[in-house]
Design a protein around this ligand. Structure first.
Ligand SMILES: [Zn+2]
Ligand SMILES: [Zn+2]
Length: 245
């Protein structure tokens, strides 16, 4: 969309703040100043001297309750992916925000999500140095129903901000699966087995998976396992939120 058309649409449908849902003022911001002040990213920027940022699980990036390198989930269940980071805890604010984004047409929120992931995930991104960004796919039918794939839009905007190429037709969700929410850990794994497929062979590329929320890691593992069978090198993930278990 060209700039003029975008401006015109902003007047018709003013952009909302992804934090509080109010109309964004002043224009041109991705989040309102009030919400910005209350942001508590898990991965604080080195130039921001957060100080109170928690220690994170070396594997999945969950805040650690006690000493040690890995969270309880990652200690109990080894993962297929190498490492991942999420920027915020999946609390009521972000739950509401992501619902507005996914189901009520507020696709403009993806700009903020991607900006936050690049800003506060920057250290990890430099360390991982991915060759390719891949969004967690939706099954075709689900994408049609929803109108878009929320992970894909965030992945495309992350790619635009970092210059890392994005591939949206590499990983496909080929089998419809029951909603993960209602399932326990073992059933989540079973539910996702062979649910993904790869459309082409890879040759050792370092892959960064993108999704909106990380929960148990079973989706990331199923995706990583599919990518690795197709020849991918190390697989990492970056998500906007992580749900505490
Ligand atoms: Zn706000
Ligand atoms: Zn962990």
């Amino acid at each position: 969309m060209n700039h003029g058309a975008e401006k015109f649409l902003d007047i018709l449908y003013p952009r909302k703040c992804p934090g509080c849902g109010e109309i964004l003022r002043p224009q041109g911001r991705l989040i309102c100043p009030d919400c910005e002040h209350t942001l508590r990213p898990l991965t604080a920027c080195p130039d921001e001297e957060e100080g109170d940022a928690p220690a994170l699980c070396m594997k999945c990036g969950a805040p650690l309750a006690d000493e040690g390198e890995y969270c309880r989930m990652c200690t109990m269940h080894p993962h297929v992916f190498e490492q991942g980071r999420a920027i915020f805890i999946y609390n009521d604010r972000w739950k509401r925000s992501l619902e507005r984004y996914k189901f009520y047409g507020h696709r403009e929120f993806a700009d903020f999500y991607a900006a936050a992931m690049v800003k506060w995930g920057g250290d990890a991104l430099r360390r991982w140095n991915p060759d390719l960004i891949v969004p967690i796919p939706l099954h075709r039918q689900k994408e049609r129903e929803r109108g878009f794939n929320q992970a894909r839009l965030i992945a495309e905007k992350t790619a635009a901000r970092t210059g890392i190429p994005v591939s949206c037709d590499l990983l496909l969700k080929t089998r419809k699966t029951a909603a993960q929410k209602k399932l326990d850990y073992v059933h989540r794994r079973r539910n996702l087995k062979d649910a993904f497929s790869c459309s082409r062979r890879l040759s050792g590329e370092r892959v960064l998976l993108i999704d909106d929320v990380y929960t148990t890691g079973s989706t990331m593992d199923a995706a990583a396992s599919c990518l690795k069978s197709a020849g991918a090198g190390p697989v990492f993930f970056l998500t906007f939120c992580i749900a505490l278990r």
